[in-house]
Design a protein around this ligand. Structure first.
Ligand code: SF4
Length: 295
């Protein structure tokens, strides 16, 4: 039987790019846990794990594989921990893994804004270099509808503050999140925030319904009409058309996506738009994505 030294508190999520990273759960669940579209941590009550619980896992993993290169700190937004609580974990990790390239975690912009610039620099200098931030949309109507607890302005401010402290950021946008009503403004304002922050990595996922679209609609205060596959492509095209950045590594290759795109913005922008234009031309009207989906 395959042996692995850590027993995780399931469900456990990590970004696709962390597929080969060692994961330590320093928090369980999401401290916010109220976004209407998100079912990831509905089964978990948020809590911070004690160092007494996590340190033995770090020690055991270091014995098992001292050559670890990348570490991801879970769960939902491990970066919610204050600098005072986060730094002991980073020190412990650095003490045991000498060849580390980077540590990363999910973060909410409010988690960043809650820390001083000096604290952010200290955390960054201790190896936590990359923050994954699911901003979902740059549009305030959409953010309000999905109960995100952030605004275009708070997200811009938080991400710029992290980048000024030396963090790389990986930003996620959710294609289709505004439905038909907000599709265009979702695309335009999401492009606007990407232009303002110029992240290192950008990815788009597609809104999906793990428990069915009716379950999702019940949680909204307004009527929601999901986009067809063709409309999802059109929204994505408007988003990319309006991005004006340099050297942003773009991926749209999550299992929820109906088309696989990747490139560097703005170098590959025209090629990406041509691919999308072909997909739009070849996709019949009215075909809906599956009503089930991926978390
Ligand atoms: S989308 Fe992120 S912030 Fe919102 S509930 Fe899910 S894990 Fe928490």
């Amino acid at each position: 039987m395959h042996y692995f030294p850590i027993h995780y508190n399931e469900p456990l999520f990590r970004p696709p790019a962390e597929a080969y990273s060692v994961i330590f759960q320093i928090t369980l669940g999401c401290s916010w846990n109220k976004c209407t579209f998100c079912e990831m941590y509905q089964s978990k009550k948020f809590r911070v794990r004690k160092t007494d619980e996590v340190f033995p896992e770090i020690e055991t993993m270091a014995d098992f594989n001292p050559g670890v290169k990348r570490i991801f700190l879970a769960d939902g937004n491990a970066f919610v921990l204050s600098a005072e609580k986060l730094i002991p974990y980073l020190d412990k990790i650095n003490q045991h893994f000498k060849g580390l390239q980077r540590i990363s975690s999910y973060a909410l912009p409010s988690d960043i804004l809650a820390k001083s610039s000096e604290e952010l620099i200290e955390i960054r200098n201790k190896g936590l270099k990359l923050l994954y931030i699911g901003i979902e949309s740059g549009d305030n109507d959409v953010l309000k509808m999905i109960h995100k607890s952030e605004t275009h302005e708070s997200m811009t401010q938080g991400i710029l503050k992290a980048q000024a402290a030396g963090f790389d950021t990986s930003i996620m946008i959710l294609n289709g999140l505004g439905g038909k009503k907000y599709s265009r403004q979702h695309a335009l304002n999401s492009a606007k925030i990407i232009n303002a922050i110029n992240p290192k990595f950008l990815s788009t996922l597609t809104l999906s319904f793990p428990h069915g679209s009716e379950h999702f609609k019940e949680k909204l205060n307004e009527d929601f009409q999901a986009l067809s596959v063709k409309e999802l492509f059109e929204e994505l095209k408007i988003f990319i058309e309006n991005i004006d950045t340099t050297n942003v590594i773009f991926r749209s290759n999550h299992v929820s996506n109906n088309i696989n795109l990747n490139g560097t913005l703005s170098k590959d922008k025209e090629a990406l738009l041509e691919t999308l234009a072909r997909a739009i031309a070849q996709t019949p009207e009215g075909i809906m994505p599956p009503d089930y989906g991926f978390l």
